[in-house]
Write a protein that binds this ligand. Structure first.
Ligand code: IDC
Length: 468
């Protein structure tokens, strides 16, 4: 009997093996690699690699190639975990780009050094299959590759690496060393309209050229936004959170309520959305939740009521993340409604680890708004989750003097900010000229509007985050 069982077990194992290997052996595989030298300077260069999966879907990939010249070395790469041994270079996909459906591409890049010539790398393989640009037979014995555990943003000096999980301490935003920090960054435009602007190249430019500390992800609720496709918009937000994380940037998830102005109109949607994104992103250090963008036509007590119902939903899933609450009068701390910060100071939201949003548009909002902010900053933790250099319409002339006065004040008070918008919308608040997002260049000065040039200048200066 024992013998029979053993035989049956062997037979079952054999069947199992067949089941495991059979379909794989016949699965189509194939890939194409396009390699470009993006730029080259004295002894250094930037390489770009686009992988296209021509075979069946892949979950997890390792790209290998050979550097023909002994002097060619990868010094730093992105959108993959990179390593080099002699002339053999290995790049493995990260959490957010490891799955490649048929026809899907992954864009990676690296900076390298070279001595003699800088010949094009050769012998590209994806999971052991030569990338000949056609579908071929799988390699019968692909070199086994260890599954890398990507740890994006670790030990690399990025804002998230240095500061870790943030929290509110007193009226400040503090880092893992319990020291106040100021984050400076950009807001997307409505992701329902401008998703073309958020891709590997543009986010690389934001992280590397702009040295932005954060990406605010503006998910409109109305105006063709979340309410039209909750699952789709939730997935889009999560993907942008991952892309910010991979570049060491904080991600501010903006539930962009605007019209109607009473956030309670969207209370059930907010609970559904935040339960989902908070559960999904609880393990990350880079997420901040902004539960309502610009309440308007609603009292402070109405906003407070909304906040006290949504915050427990966030906390239930992600207990330690900072939550930001919009304020009355389009997040003006009430000033645009003829009120002031005292309504918040006297009746704060009943929750800890929260901040209040303050928004301004430099050409419309000047001294009286600045004095409100200065006064309020001594009493309330504030975060400028959105501001413009132009008028409150998002258009009109940039007011350079007022913008610089605002940014000097925010720097002095260590108040974090995100500028409206990192997009090529046809309006003066957009950082890029119209048409920029259709191309691949987000870095040269020619693609910037006046507002984008000013912001890039301000944001790209060193952060000097305290580390002890
Ligand atoms: C504006 C956009 C504009 C869009 C409009 C739609 O710039 O392209 O047509 O929204 O609602 C805000 C809002 C923000 C506005 C921005 C400029 O948070 O959604 O964006 N603004 O008007 N508050 C003050 C100004």
């Amino acid at each position: 009997m024992k013998r029979l069982l053993a035989l049956l077990a062997t037979f079952a194992t054999a069947l199992g093996l067949l089941a495991a290997f059979g379909p794989q052996a016949s699965a189509a595989s194939g890939c194409k690699v396009e390699y470009t030298v993006v730029s080259q300077w004295n002894g250094g260069f930037q390489g770009g690699v686009r992988i296209t999966n021509l075979g069946s879907s892949i979950s997890g990939w390792t790209l290998r190639f050979t550097m023909p010249d002994a002097g060619q070395k990868v010094s730093q790469g992105w959108n993959a975990t990179w390593s080099q041994s002699g002339s053999a270079v290995t790049a493995s996909g990260l959490d957010w780009n490891r799955n490649l459906a048929t026809g899907q591409t992954a864009d990676l890049g690296f900076q390298g050094t070279f001595t003699g010539a800088n010949p094009k790398p050769t012998a590209f393989t994806l999971n052991g299959v030569a990338c000949t640009g056609t579908v071929g037979q799988p390699d019968p014995d692909p070199t086994p590759t260890p599954d890398p555990t990507p740890d994006p943003g670790e030990g690399d000096g990025t804002p998230v690496d240095v500061n870790g999980q943030l929290h509110v301490c007193g009226v400040n935003l503090c880092n893992q060393y319990n020291r106040p920090v100021q984050l400076r960054g950009m807001s997307t435009h409505g992701i329902q309209w401008f998703s073309e602007c958020y891709n590997n190249a543009s986010l690389d430019a934001l992280a590397n050229d702009w040295k932005s500390d954060l990406l605010r992800i503006s998910m409109y609720v109305q105006e063709e936004g979340y309410e039209t496709d909750p699952a789709g918009f939730t997935a889009k937000v999560n993907s942008l959170v991952d892309q910010a994380e991979a570049r060491g940037m904080y991600a501010l998830i903006d539930f962009h309520t605007l019209t109607p102005g009473d956030p309670n109109y969207n209370l059930e949607r907010a609970k559904t959305f935040f339960a989902s994104v908070a559960a999904r992103n609880a393990g990350k250090k880079n997420v901040i939740y902004e539960i309502t963008n610009e309440p308007n036509g609603v009292s402070w007590s109405g906003i407070k009521n909304y906040a006290e119902q949504v915050i427990p939903v966030v906390r239930g899933a992600d207990p330690d993340a900072v939550v930001i609450v919009g304020t009355r009068g389009w997040s003006s701390l009430g000033v645009s409604d003829g009120s002031s910060e005292s309504e918040v100071v006297n009746n704060p939201v009943n929750a800890t680890n929260i901040m209040y949003a303050f928004h301004f548009y430099a050409a419309s909002h000047k001294d009286n708004y600045r004095s409100t902010l200065s006064r309020a900053a001594a009493r309330l933790p504030l975060f400028v989750t959105e501001f413009g250099t132009v008028s409150a319409t998002g258009g009109g002339a940039m007011d350079t003097g007022s913008t610089n006065a605002w940014l000097d004040l925010l720097d002095q008070l260590k108040i974090s900010y995100a500028n409206w918008t990192y997009s090529d919308a046809p309006e003066s608040s957009a950082a890029f000229k119209p048409g920029t997002c259709g191309g691949g260049d987000y870095s040269s000065s020619g693609v910037l509007n006046e507002s984008g040039a000013l912001l890039k200048n301000r944001i790209s200066t060193p952060d000097n985050f305290p580390t002890s």
